[in-house]
Structures are given as structure tokens and as C-alpha cells.
Design a protein around this ligand. Structure first.
Ligand code: MTE
Length: 301
């Protein structure tokens, strides 16, 4: 495993110290303008709320474009070129637009958003992301009423991404959300983590993060956002529709066909620590349960 230079370790230490200090003097995070919406930093009622280490977040990844092993993305993505980079927003919008990653990052100031990532494989991390609400970017293009869904497309570049030479998935990686899910304030365009630019293995320069859904709904290295009328077919739905549904809300009561989703392993805890209970909507039910009030979530998994 890679040894980090002192300069790389410091931000995590400062982060944790700063948090302790803020707690000890009784200030909310917002007073340091780290986070403006109170629920962003909520505790996980029954779960541990400790930040996963920078090292674990950046060396234990899923990013099949760079290989299917958990250490592959870190190993194989360091030379990945993310400049220049542009993102096109098109489809059912009044003002389609192409913006560079730099333009997006400077147009929409990032804030710290501490969210838990729950992977469909049954593990989780608590990550101090940097980012902003996707709705801000979508509002810039004036979404038409005909837009019912949003499709995200990751980059296709098999010369740089060796994993794309193999048909593990239908490339480019595609994901999607219903329009109200995409417009929800906690649906995030991620620009960084631990106060630093987003590492390549975590989806640089820009990725999506949807806190209440399994991690695969959060596409990395996006180049296109398309507003569409019909429910898009994601890469995972295409590869195994019985296992991966369009909604993929974190739900301890709906098992994956091959394993239970009732509990999860917290990355960074020792291998002998007990698994913790998985929460409905990954603990974000207060914010998002109303989006599904009239839906059968077993059918719409
Ligand atoms: N996005 C792309 N383009 N390719 C991928 O393979 N993997 C997904 C998601 N986004 C993936 C992706 C899965 S399965 C998970 S759990 C998360 O990214 C992992 O994000 P992390 O590596 O930052 O923890």
C-alpha cells in the first residue's frame, strides 16, 4: 500500500482536529461555513459516524474502467488525464450547454458534505465530500417539463482506461435518476474530498453522489448529463436486470438475489468488528422517503 507524504496526510489530521475543536467549543459546522444545510452533517442514528480515513477512501474503490480489483483504480488511474475536460448538458432543456470542469467548479462554490456511501456489495464509508447540489447545474439549462429522467454518462477512453477493453460492462458507464431525485438538494455534484481536489480513483474531475442509493448509482468522471422523457437503462441494469434495478435505494428489507442487504461492513474497522445494521435510505429517510410515498419499493428495487 502506498505511503503518503507528510503533505498528503496533514489535511486529514487537520480535518479531524478541527472537528474535535468545533465540537469542544460547541460551534455548529455552519459557523465555519463548511456546510450550510443542517442535515448534511447529521449523525447516523444507530451507526458510527466516524470519517473513514483518506487512505481507505482513496485505495479501496470500485471503478471498473481501471480494473475490477479494489486496489486497481488507485494503481491504474494515477496518469489519467482530466484536463481539458468538458461536461455537456443536453436533451429536454431550453439551453443546452457545454462547460469545462473548471467553469463548473468556479460557477458553483463547493461546500463540505459528509455523507455515507453504502455499496451494493455490503460495505460502507463515511466521506467528507466537497460539492454542490446538482439542481443548481440543472437550473442553469432550464429543464423542460417533458424531462422526466436524467441520464449520466461517464467518459469513454479505452486508451487511458484499460478496463474498457473488456466487456465487463456496457461502456461508457451509464446511470440515471428520476427528475425529482436529481433535483433533490442532497444529490450532489462532487468536486473533491477531505478539502482537496477529487482523486482520479474517486471519479475526477467531477462525479455524482446520491447519498440514499447504492454506490453504483453515483457515476464517476461524467462527461454528459442528458434530460430525457423515458427511464434510461443503466449499465448495471443492462448487465443484470434481476440484480440491479433502476431505483436501487438502500433498503435493508430487500435482499440482493445473492446476499442480504440487512447489514454492512464499515471500511476501516478491524475484520473482527461486528457488521452494523443498514438503515432504510442509508439513513436519509427524513429527507427522501416522501419521494417514494406511493411506490412499492420491493417491486421498484
Ligand atoms: N462510476 C464509473 N464510471 N465506473 C464504476 O465502475 N462504480 C460505482 C460508482 N461509480 C463505478 C462508478 C460503484 S459500484 C461504487 S460503490 C462507487 O462508484 C464507488 O465510489 P468510490 O470508489 O469513490 O468509493
Amino acid at each position: 500500500m502506498k505511503k503518503y507524504k507528510q503533505s498528503e496526510i496533514t489535511p486529514e489530521k487537520i480535518y479531524k482536529k478541527r472537528r474535535k475543536f468545533i465540537k469542544s467549543i460547541g460551534l455548529g459546522m455552519s459557523s465555519l461555513s463548511l456546510s450550510t444545510i443542517p442535515f448534511l452533517n447529521k449523525g447516523y442514528s444507530q451507526n458510527k459516524n466516524e470519517l473513514t480515513s483518506y487512505e481507505d477512501i482513496t485505495t479501496y474503490n470500485n471503478y471498473y474502467e481501471f480494473g475490477t480489483g479494489k486496489g486497481d483504480p488507485f494503481k491504474n488511474s494515477q496518469e489519467f488525464v482530466t484536463k481539458p475536460w468538458s461536461v455537456t448538458i443536453e436533451g429536454e432543456v431550453d439551453n443546452p450547454i457545454t462547460l469545462s470542469a473548471e467553469e463548473i467548479i468556479s460557477l458553483f462554490p463547493s461546500e463540505e458534505r459528509v455523507y455515507k456511501l453504502r455499496c451494493v456489495e455490503g460495505w460502507s464509508m463515511v466521506i467528507p465530500w466537497m460539492g454542490f447540489s446538482l439542481s443548481k447545474l440543472l437550473n442553469k439549462v432550464s429543464v423542460k417539463n417533458s424531462a422526466k429522467f436524467v441520464e449520466f454518462e461517464s467518459i469513454y477512453d479505452p486508451l487511458q482506461m484499460k478496463g474498457q477493453k473488456y466487456p465487463v460492462l456496457n461502456w461508457p458507464y451509464r446511470e440515471g435518476l428520476r427528475i425529482d431525485e436529481a433535483m433533490h438538494p442532497i444529490t450532489t455534484v462532487v468536486t473533491g474530498l477531505y478539502g482537496k481536489a477529487l482523486p482520479n480513483q474517486n471519479g475526477a474531475p467531477l462525479r455524482i453522489f446520491v447519498p440514499w442509493k447504492y454506490g453504483f448509482k453515483s457515476a464517476k468522471a461524467i462527461v454528459k448529463i442528458k434530460l430525457v422523457e423515458n427511464m434510461p437503462t443503466s449499465s448495471w441494469m443492462r448487465s443484470s436486470p434481476r440484480e440491479y434495478g433502476f431505483y436501487s435505494n438502500v433498503n435493508p428489507n430487500v435482499s440482493h438475489p445473492r446476499w442480504s442487504q440487512a447489514t454492512e461492513r464499515v471500511i476501516g474497522e478491524g475484520i473482527f468488528s461486528p457488521r452494523i445494521e443498514t438503515e432504510m435510505f442509508n439513513g436519509y429517510g427524513d429527507e427522501v422517503a416522501n419521494l417514494y410515498s406511493d411506490m412499492d419499493l420491493k417491486k421498484n428495487f
